[in-house]
Design a protein around this ligand. Structure first.
Ligand code: HEC
Length: 261
């Protein structure tokens, strides 16, 4: 008596052999793992092909599905059937659950748009304490409104000469260069940008630009230039006055911050 392997087992074996063969050729012979998407594609055609061959005639089809029919229909296989229909869904549920386990590490692409500034930073070769730093010109808003208007106008000049290419002539982040940049230049009209920030934060960001961003803002290749190389300290404080004046936003004040904390 010769032992005949059931057709279903033959079909599954054929698929397993091709799968193993592909893995072997790529991983061992070529020394490179086969891309999962490619493997899925190959296996789709292999499975389809195998089932085409195994269902070529009525009879071979019947032989192929015989064990499955027997499992479902044969009253003597009730035990096995119940077991299979409990174990299979449980296994699927377990596998799905394992895959859905929450992961707590930050996703790699997550970038912090407003990273926490360093407590103190070296700009123009001097140490600045960002927690205390204030715009030296802000006081003129109340004390000498005429002088304040002049300072804002000087800031506007700095802006037009240096910043509008990226941040736009309406400060909406849509300057002529903006289309080509990723990340895009900040839109200062948006309530999510300078309206949320202290002037010292802006001073830090403008003076040190993209390269001044701390590690948690990476991977983030910002084109924002390092303005301490091109502008004076005064010019940066004046352009900050202009940013708030033009957009009508108020800088976030220290008092408010402490009250909120
Ligand atoms: C070459 C294009 C470019 C130019 C020119 C440019 N910026 Fe930017 N700026 C950016 C980009 C891109 C961002 C967003 C990425 C980032 O925060 O670094 C940005 C961000 C900023 C931010 C941070 C705002 C926030 O909400 O965190 C400030 C402030 C700023 N720019 C001010 C200026 C000022 C002032 C000038 C002119 C002196 C200027 N920028 C010129 C490209 C530019």
């Amino acid at each position: 008596m010769t032992l005949r392997i059931p057709r279903l087992a033959q079909a599954l074996l054929a698929i397993a052999v091709v799968y193993g063969g592909l893995k072997l050729v790529f991983d061992v012979a070529l020394g490179q793992p086969i891309p999962a998407s490619l493997l899925t594609m190959y296996m789709f055609f292999v499975v389809a092909g195998v089932f085409m061959v195994f269902t070529f005639t009525e009879e071979s089809t019947r032989e192929l599905v015989a064990p499955i029919r027997a499992l479902v229909e044969d009253p003597r296989r009730r035990r096995l059937r119940n077991l299979v229909f409990v174990v299979l869904p449980l296994a699927a549920a377990g596998a799905t659950y394992a895959r859905l386990q929450p992961r707590f590490e930050a996703p790699v692409e997550l970038r912090s748009i407003h990273p926490a500034p360093p407590a103190s930073v070296k700009i123009y070769g001097k140490r600045f304490d960002l927690l205390k730093l204030e715009n030296p010109y802000r006081k003129f808003e109340k004390e000498d409104p005429k002088r304040f208007r002049e300072l804002v106008a000087e800031g506007a000049k700095v802006y037009v000469e240096n910043c509008h290419f990226c941040h736009g002539d309406k400060l909406d982040g849509r300057g002529p260069f903006a289309e080509g940049l990723n990340p895009t230049p900040m839109n200062f009209q948006d309530v999510g940008t300078i309206a949320q920030l202290q002037e010292s934060f802006l001073f830090w960001r403008i003076a040190t630009g993209g390269p001044g961003l701390p590690a948690e803002a990476a991977p983030w290749i910002s084109s924002m230039p390092v303005w301490q190389q091109f502008l004076s300290e005064d010019e940066i404080w004046k352009v900050i006055l202009f940013l708030y004046d033009y957009t009508g936003h108020r800088p976030r004040a220290w008092e408010e911050k402490h009250a909120a904390d």
